[in-house]
Each structure stands twice: as structure tokens, then as C-alpha cells.
Design a protein. Structure first.
Length: 282
């Protein structure tokens, strides 16, 4: 029995003197660290989702960043628990990261711009935008690129460095968008009648906002027509539908009321054999 006890004591002495205590500390640090990271990321994700300042893309990025920082801290803690110097590890890690950064300058630039896009929010998923001449609906905002679907159902992936270096036009950010249509009518047309026709069409369309009030005035004396300008306000999602319906509705209403829409004409004069001039209209 005494030999058995002496054997156990000798085992623990050898274990502790051979670095076993450091292994035990490292195991405890690993278990507690993983548990802490899970609880931390869960709390951050829950808080970020509830925040009104962060959308889904920003919430996911914040959670991933916190998990990454906590993971690096856990690795350093494990190295310290095993008895190694963390200063040398940090120096070596910094050298490696510097080399990686120099080789991936463009990728890191896009990553930085992606962070700026997520937090400055010039647009969100679902917005209709124009970026560097590409118009379409934003489908996804990533850390390195933005995915846009065009009106002809093409998927365009734009690097974030290009996005922030370009003029961004967001057609969906405001609640109302102004629509402008040029309406040419004959010089013989009754101006009051034209205004009456347009007023009826605008008031009958429930998609057109009552405020701001619509604008319809004579704005130009053209070479062959009186040119009126019609401006109405509608929601961005109704913009194209309202525009096309107004164009078709105006044409039908003018034809029914006998209001003509003139086309450009050209008078050509040339002399005949007797030296008299003849005119040909086109």
C-alpha cells in the first residue's frame, strides 16, 4: 500500500515538474475561453440585431469582428499558459501580417471600403442605385464587393474600392421621387383645355402623391409645338409605371378631345424651270 502511495506521489511530482501544470492551465483556459467567446458573440449578435443603427450586414460584420478579436486573445492566452513568451509570438505574427498586407493591398483596400460602406450606409440591400454607370437593385453588400442585379437580370459584382471611388445615385433612399414629362401640343390647341385634360389624368391616378402638388405649365415655344412640362411626385417603386401610364393616357385623352400632338416639319423651296420657287413640306 505504501509503495502504491509513493508511486502516485512520484507521478504527480513528475507531472508537475515536467510541465503538466502548464498543460492543465492551458486546458482550463481553452475550455473557459471557448465558452466565453460563445457567450460574448451571442450577446453581441443579440444587441446588434436590436440596434436601429445597424442593418443585417453591419450586425454580421460586428459579430464576426468581435469573435475574431476574442479568438486571437484566446490563442495568446493559451501560449502564455503553456509557458511560452507571448512577446515573441506577437512579433512573429506582426511580421507575417505585414508581409500579407503588402501582398494584398487591393484586397485590404476593398475590405476597408466594405467596412465604410456597412457603417456609412449610402445604400442598403433592395435599393435601386447607379454605381459607376451600372444601374440595378442592390442584392448583397459584402466586405469586398457589392452585388447588383440589373433590369435585364444580369448580376454585376462591383469591388468596394470602385464603389466608394464613384458617384453613387440612390433612387430608393427618399420616400418620393419626382417624375418629369415634356408634353408638346399644337399651337392651335386651347391651353385651358390641355390643362383640364392633364388635371383629370393626374387626379385619377392614386399612385401620384397629392403633396407636393403637381406642376403643369407652358415652358417653351417650340419650332412646331407648344411645350408644356408636367412634374409629379410618386413612390420610387411606382416611378416607371406612372410614367408609362401617363404617356399612354395623355395620348388617348388628346386624341379623344381633338388635341393634336404635332411632329417636326421641314419646308423645302426650290426654283422651277421658269425661275419660280416651289415649296415642298415634310
Amino acid at each position: 500500500m505504501d509503495n502504491f502511495r509513493d508511486g502516485i506521489r512520484q507521478f504527480f511530482r513528475s507531472f508537475l515538474s515536467g510541465g503538466g501544470l502548464n498543460l492543465a492551465k492551458a486546458a482550463a483556459v481553452l475550455v473557459l475561453g471557448v465558452l466565453f467567446i460563445r457567450l460574448l458573440t451571442f450577446a453581441v449578435r443579440k444587441r446588434a440585431v436590436k440596434s436601429r443603427r445597424l442593418d443585417n450586414a453591419a450586425s454580421s460584420f460586428v459579430t464576426s469582428l468581435v469573435a475574431l478579436v476574442a479568438g486571437v486573445a484566446l490563442v495568446l492566452a493559451l501560449i502564455g499558459a503553456l509557458g511560452f513568451s507571448t512577446a515573441g509570438v506577437v512579433a512573429a505574427f506582426s511580421s507575417v501580417m505585414l508581409a500579407v498586407a503588402l501582398g494584398l493591398q487591393d484586397a485590404l483596400s476593398s475590405l476597408t471600403n466594405g467596412i465604410l460602406l456597412i457603417f456609412t450606409k449610402p445604400f442598403r440591400a433592395g435599393d435601386y442605385v447607379d454605381i459607376d454607370g451600372t444601374s440595378g437593385t442592390v442584392r448583397e453588400i459584402r466586405l469586398f464587393s457589392v452585388k447588383v442585379t440589373t433590369t435585364d437580370n444580369l448580376t454585376v459584382v462591383i469591388p468596394n474600392s470602385t464603389v466608394l471611388g464613384s458617384v453613387i445615385v440612390n433612387y430608393s433612399r427618399m420616400s418620393l421621387r419626382r417624375l418629369e414629362i415634356s408634353v408638346p401640343v399644337s399651337y392651335d390647341a386651347d391651353v385651358d383645355e390641355v390643362k383640364e385634360i392633364v388635371d383629370g389624368l393626374v387626379r385619377a391616378d392614386g399612385r401620384i402623391a397629392p403633396l407636393p402638388a403637381y406642376f403643369f405649365r407652358l415652358t417653351e415655344y417650340g419650332s412646331s409645338a407648344l411645350k408644356f412640362t408636367l412634374r409629379v411626385w410618386t413612390e420610387p417603386g411606382n416611378f416607371w409605371g406612372v410614367k408609362f401610364d401617363l404617356l399612354e393616357g395623355l395620348l388617348r385623352a388628346f386624341r379623344e378631345r381633338g388635341v393634336s400632338i404635332p411632329f417636326d416639319q421641314l419646308d423645302v423651296h426650290f426654283p422651277d424651270a421658269a425661275g419660280r420657287r416651289k415649296g415642298v413640306g415634310r
